[in-house]
Design a protein around this ligand. Sequence first.
Ligand code: TYM
Length: 332
Amino acid sequence: MPTTAPRVFSGIQPDAPAHIGNYLGAIRNWAREQDRYNNIFCIVDLHSLTLPIDPATLREQRLVLAATLLASGIDPHKSALFLQSDIPAHSELAWILECFTPMGWLERMTQFKERSARLGNERVGTGLFTYPALMAADILLYDTNVVPVGEDQRQHIEYTRDLAKRINQRFGEIFVIPEALIKEAGARIMGLDDPEAKMSKSIAASSPGHAVMIIDSPDDIRRKFARAQTDAEPAVRFPAGPGVTNLLEIYRTVRELGWEQVKEEFAGKPYSELKRGVAEAVIEALRPIQERYREIRQDDAGLRRTLKESAERLAPIANATLTRVQQAVGLR
Ligand code: TYM
């Protein structure tokens, strides 16, 4: 990777195993475009403390996710892959960014509004509210140019840009202004049990039929698609309802087909056939990833070493940015 290539940074939470929404909306794109960029991928374990999580689960899911990312093609020779909590500069910059963030900006974040509505204000921690400032710290610490994500993160990146511009205006050119990179296909995969809700790891934890995980067995994948919500029509017709549209979207993204091809393939077919077709396409795409995943999990010590080595290489970059900010605001 040439050092002059634009810097990519992206992150993913280790709250639960990654699902096919994470894969199609983010991970697959990260892996494919590694040669174009200077890449940093972060397992954002501090973010996973924003919703209740058991310590053993958090510890285990960090390794599950690291292995899933490597198995999906993230190559540690081309990309840094590290744990957010291994570099304290993330927390330190987040605090400073919170102090420069108007409350109203965070109150408008849809992810916060949805999650706090689901759990109730007395039950969610303040970290859920200030979450975007930690995410902005992740991105801004590394002079990131491009942030490849799914559609649900667009608003957080807009906030990061607004905040960086605001701080630059006040103190001079401190931060590089990052851009979101969101692909048209696969950017918003919906839940299988509820096609009105985005497929999400936190919902999947209590409703297993909600999401297909990257490491799900073929039988589980078939069963989950077989039960996916459709509508009362007997067969695929267009315009299709949200459940059927979501299945078609998964299929066309996995197979990399245009909408017209997919419509031709499934028009008039019974839903059972569509569900079988999507399940088999997903199983086939995940098979090599699952094989590599099992191999990688044979050596958890090696996995931990990979994460530590990346953190050691990145810490000086993060610390240099933090020092620049501390100097600007009057802390040094
Ligand atoms: P997280 O862990 O929820 O999701 C990781 C990535 O997967 C994408 N994604 C989806 N794409 C399509 N359809 C879906 N249903 C779907 N669900 C999730 C997300 O858009 C994301 O790209 N806040 C972030 C993690 C983060 C981060 C960062 C990202 C922390 N710091 C800095 C970028 C840069 C999150 O919770 O992602």
